[in-house]
Ligand binder design. Structure first.
Ligand code: SF4
Length: 580
């Protein structure tokens, strides 16, 4: 497309930097960007943008962005060929695993992977090829309590209910700052505007936060709760609901179990105790509970502040329960489940990632696994503590855990002691500086984009494909290509594995990320395998540069529940133990 005023080209794209999925209008001349503005016609973000969007240009032009593989030598970093880099990485990791066992190689997946379909679709192959139990990711310092609650309540860690913000009358925001974040586990571009619209239709925003955040400044009421005590406030609210006969799960009553035993468990927490713990008075807790239950449509939403704290597991669960008990699950204006064009939760279930808990424990601190991963907080222990099963090598895929995870200094020391480390990353940072080899994938404007992970937590059902803006150098590799190259080199000592891995590389290289995405779109809820029947496919999305809107969130339960009996167990034994 051409912009007639400047005679430059216009490229439409979704910003991949956060969950708001803003549509961008980028003016360029094939090699240079002139401007990045909001795409007013974008089907999802409808003209919202934030100042961070221009960072896409900064990343693209950044001379510090790595474009060729690097190897660390005694004299510093040197560039090497891709083939030499792949061979060396595979050989080193294979040797270490032969000598010390499969678990001697750990993996770490950073946050950017959640925003890139290329890695999301292929990383499973790499994890399985490495075959180590020592898997870590950003999940345990981000949203693990929510994922656990979704696993135990709804049967799938990727099946998240999100606030139906545009139809609610009461938004209770706990430990979150969506005015700044754009929403997390809640794709909601233009949150400020949406809250103002809520208030204009007579609704309320109540914020529970020890800080006067940007979101709190918009609130009708801000309760300065004592840090880490949300669990008490929620227990107090729920007790008020029971005592005032305000518990009414509505249509969910037909498929929830354990209401009686849950009531009994929470009755041990007196309102006065909840008030003294949280610093919110009994009157304020009662008033909040009654207003929440009385609102025609209400939603309770919690994010990082509510889950990365001492009682995060219970807090995340109780937030979902507050919605369920007041009849706000799977209802307009409450918490609802998105129906994305690629059914991520189904995909997770088919590939064995629907969620699990405590199937094994970490070697050093005995921490439970979740979804096959141990908490990142113990990765350094696994590297520094000698003995059988000690981690000797690490593969990182995006992210900077030395800077972003607890006790970064200890991790910094631990990485220094590894026998080998490889990072798939296009920056040298506090973490990747420890790598022996760095494999830099193409930058965000050098490959297509589809928000595979984020559509699954969006406040409206939509789909959008963004093509490549700038063709990458011929000597560059997309991250999914790097993954396939590495996978094809593992298992060199087993003929069956070797044949399997090479065959897999052959098939998936031909298919590519787009081919796989197309299959998933066609197999998804808006696609169709029937010839000539119109359905969503990659070709259809390519003709819709502003994306396709599939409408507001719709009720999906109980049919869509992933629990074995299609019911929701309110009081899982794990939470019962937590309350004791
Ligand atoms: S709010 Fe998020 S998605 Fe939107 S422009 Fe800013 S960083 Fe990009």
């Amino acid at each position: 497309m051409t912009d007639s005023h400047s005679n430059s080209h216009v490229h439409y794209r979704t910003c991949c930097l956060c969950e708001a999925m803003c549509g961008l209008e980028i003016a360029h001349n094939q090699t240079e960007i002139f401007s990045i503005k909001a795409d007013k016609a974008d089907s999802f973000s409808q003209g919202h943008i934030c100042p961070k969007a221009v960072a896409l240009q900064d990343i693209h032009d950044d001379p510090d962005r790595l474009r060729e593989p690097l190897r660390k030598t005694a004299k510093g970093w040197e560039t090497i060929s891709w083939e030499a880099a792949f061979d060396e990485v595979a050989a080193k990791l294979t040797t270490i695993q032969k000598e010390h066992g499969a678990n001697a190689v750990a993996t770490y997946m950073g946050n950017p992977n959640a925003h890139h379909y290329g890695t999301l679709l292929f990383v499973d192959r790499l994890i399985k090829a490495i075959g180590s139990r020592n898997r870590f990711s950003v999940t345990s310092v981000d949203h693990l309590p929510h994922a656990l609650a979704c696993t135990l309540l709804f049967g799938n860690q990727l099946f998240f209910p999100v606030p139906d913000i545009d139809r609610t009358e009461f938004f209770l925001c706990i430990g979150a700052n969506p005015v700044v974040s754009g929403g997390s586990l809640m794709g909601a571009p233009g949150f400020t505007k949406r809250i103002k619209q809520l208030q204009e239709r007579g609704g309320e925003l109540v914020v529970l936060d020890p800080r006067r955040t940007e979101t709190a400044l918009l609130a009708n009421q801000h309760l300065f709760i004592r840090p880490g005590t949300d669990v008490w406030l929620l227990l107090g609210m729920i007790n008020v609901l029971f005592e005032n006969e305000l518990v009414n799960p509505g249509k969910a009553a037909a498929y929830v179990d354990g209401l009686g035993s849950f009531r009994q468990e929470v009755s041990h927490f007196s309102l006065s105790h909840c008030a003294s713990q949280s610093g919110i008075s009994e009157e304020e807790i009662s008033d909040l509970a009654i207003r929440f239950a009385s609102a025609e449509r209400a939603v309770a939403y919690g994010r990082v502040g509510s889950c990365t704290q001492i009682y995060g597991t219970l807090t995340a669960w109780l937030i979902y329960l507050l919605n369920i008990l007041t009849g706000n699950l799977d209802c307009e204006g409450g918490i609802m489940f998105p129906k994305p064009a690629v059914d991520l939760a189904k995909l997770g279930q088919l590939s064995g990632y629907a969620g699990s808990f405590d199937r094994s424990r970490s070697r050093v601190r005995g921490l439970p696994e979740f979804a096959g991963e141990f908490p990142i907080a113990t990765m350094a222990d696994e590297m520094l503590t000698e003995g059988e099963g000690q981690v000797k090598a690490l593969l990182t895929l995006a992210g900077n855990p030395v800077l972003s995870t607890p006790n970064g200094r200890k991790l910094d020391r631990a990485l220094e002691k590894l026998d080998f480390m490889v990072s798939i990353d296009f920056y040298l940072n506090e973490t990747t500086c420890h790598a022996d080899i760095i494999l830099p994938p193409t930058g965000p404007l050098e490959h297509p984009h589809y928000s595979l992970g984020v559509h699954a937590v969006a406040t409206r059902n939509s789909a959008k494909y963004s093509p490549t803006l700038f063709k990458a150098d011929t000597n560059s590799r997309h991250d999914w290509q790097i993954i396939l190259e590495l996978v094809s080199r593992f298992g060199a000592d087993s003929l069956i594995k070797r044949v399997k891995n090479r065959l897999s590389k052959c098939i998936f290289s031909k298919l590519g990320a787009d081919g796989l995405l197309n299959i998933l779109l066609v197999a998804g809820p808006y696609g169709s395998f029937v010839p000539f029947k119109k359905g969503t496919s990659l070709a259809v999305l390519k003709k819709a540069p502003h994306g396709i809107d599939f409408g507001p969130l719709m009720p999906l339960l109980p049919k869509k529940l992933y629990t074995k009996n299609k019911r929701i167990q309110l009081l899982h034994p794990l939470y019962k133990r937590g309350l004791e």
